[in-house]
Design a protein around this ligand. Structure first.
Ligand code: C5J
Length: 222
């Protein structure tokens, strides 16, 4: 069986069962004036990984493997936004407020869109999610079942929030999860490293981590 060189040990690669999930590569997390910046974060950290995320997506497309994108966003009437989420912290702009790129994290607004360099192409699934995890209140489980997917490679932002939450949700649902080290980022470098360590500890208790070139190398021979 083909393997991807990974930590804490090789990831068993099954071509018919694998998909890439790109988490929340949205303008709201990567550009000034968006949600990430409103929380006081350095969004420049996120834009730096765009070329690597693009390379990973292209590798999956070239290998004929599915790519799934997620977007953290809410309905314009905020009916899927619990007050506990809207009121959390002291951002300069709250979810639903009008910002320089439209209403913060609201479906259909310019700032909520996926970065143009990473835009989904025809046929790729886009999951709109109101939570940090991509399984909560979405159709993701049904999509994966319908495609007989059992292995998920993860990219996107932020490592310790939406990426790790989704990996944990997926792990509990029986998916084998692999996080691409170069294609994920956090506003906090120490949290990114801690997330990698937590994921692969105790014999891959949540999943695996791997370098992008090792992933691309294996899938290119698929
Ligand atoms: C956050 C995310 N950090 N996509 N969202 O609020 O990680």
């Amino acid at each position: 069986m083909a393997e991807i060189s990974a930590q804490p040990f090789s990831f068993p690669f099954r071509k018919q069962e694998i998909a890439l999930v790109v988490i929340d590569m949205q303008r709201d997390f990567a550009e000034p004036g968006g949600f990430g910046a409103s929380l006081g974060n350095d969004v420049g950290r996120i834009t730096k990984i765009v070329p690597e995320v693009k390379r990973l997506i292209q590798g999956f497309r070239d290998a004929g493997l599915p790519v799934i994108h997620t977007m953290e966003c809410h309905r314009p009437d905020l009916s899927d936004l619990p007050p506990a989420k809207r009121n959390r912290g002291k951002p300069s702009l709250r979810i639903g407020d009008e910002g320089p790129m439209g209403r913060i994290l609201i479906a259909g607004e310019p700032g909520t869109a996926i970065l143009p360099e990473l835009a989904p192409i025809e046929g790729e699934v886009v999951i709109e999610k109101p939570g940090k995890g991509a399984f909560y209140a979405t159709e993701l489980s049904d999509v994966l079942k319908e495609k007989s997917i059992k292995q998920l490679v993860f990219a996107g932002v932020t490592t310790e929030v939406c990426v790790q939450t989704t990996m944990r949700e997926a792990n509990d649902r029986g998916y084998e999860c692999l996080l691409c080290v170069q294609a994920t980022e956090s506003y906090f470098p120490e949290f990114k490293e801690a997330a990698f360590a937590m994921i692969r500890a105790q014999g891959a208790i949540v999943g695996w981590t791997a370098d992008i070139d090792d992933i691309l190398e294996t899938i290119s021979h698929a």
